[in-house]
Design a protein around this ligand. Structure first.
Ligand SMILES: [Ca+2]
Ligand SMILES: [Ca+2]
Length: 140
């Protein structure tokens, strides 16, 4: 596991991002949501473009898509950050997304292009957790 701290002055909360690096660490969106809680955080929420860029920079090494903590599972087409239960205000949707393909796409992933997509929640995908808590994580 790796840890990183945000040095951005623009985010609304202290942001500590951590994620699983190994190839087997892919989960359904629901399991990713749960694992983040078990790990002492929550599936990452992105409130601003600055925050999005910070996370993108931290996870370039993924070279893979990853879940973030937004879903429209409650009301189709209304995306909510599911930990804070706040509306998704900033988003970087890919072309034509979200498209609710197959009427079965309710969970938000970020592609390697940095663009966002709604995907099937049952897909197993990498994921990013973050924590508001000051747990004394060091970078290594
Ligand atoms: Ca949907
Ligand atoms: Ca989609």
């Amino acid at each position: 596991m790796q840890f990183a701290r945000n040095s951005y002055g623009t985010v609304k909360r202290p942001l500590c991002v951590f994620w699983q690096q190994k190839s087997h660490d892919k989960e359904s969106w629901g399991d990713a949501f749960t694992f983040c809680k078990i790990l002492g955080g929550y599936l990452v929420e992105i409130g601003t473009e600055g925050e999005a860029k910070y996370i993108e920079n931290q996870v370039n090494m993924f070279n893979d898509k990853y879940w973030v903590g937004a879903s429209d599972v409650l009301v189709e087409g209304e995306y909510i950050w599911m930990t804070s239960m706040t509306n998704v205000s900033y988003a970087n949707w890919g072309p034509g997304q979200p498209d609710n393909s197959g009427t079965n796409e309710n969970c938000v992933e970020i592609w390697t292009s940095k663009e966002w997509n709604d995907g099937p929640c049952s897909n197993t995908v990498r994921y990013i957790c973050e924590s508001d808590m000051r747990l004394g994580f060091s970078r290594n």
